[in-house]
Design a protein. Structure first.
Length: 85
């Protein structure tokens, strides 16, 4: 019978967050140095945002839920409630 040992988390998941961030930073710098990193222009970002907005707004059920959440968050401050002076 095999003896069971405690398993330690390995790889990136077990790494210190600061060290992980440093590794990611180095990767980003290397990609930019090689010219392989992509930086969005404001026009590209605008187009991407519009595209995402159109695809999300097609889901009527999801949009209704967003509206409900927003209404609850405001707690009816404008409608049906008097302001305190």
């Amino acid at each position: 019978m095999k003896k069971r040992t405690k398993r330690r988390g390995g790889g990136f998941a077990a790494m210190d967050p600061r060290r992980l961030r440093e590794i990611a930073r180095e990767g980003g710098l290397a990609a930019h140095a090689e010219g392989k990193a992509h930086q969005f222009t404001s026009e590209e970002a605008r187009r991407a945002g519009k595209k995402g907005g159109r695809s999300v707004s097609r889901d009527r059920k999801y949009m209704a839920e967003i509206g409900r959440r927003g209404g609850r968050a405001r707690k009816g401050t404008k409608k049906g409630r008097r302001r305190r002076r």
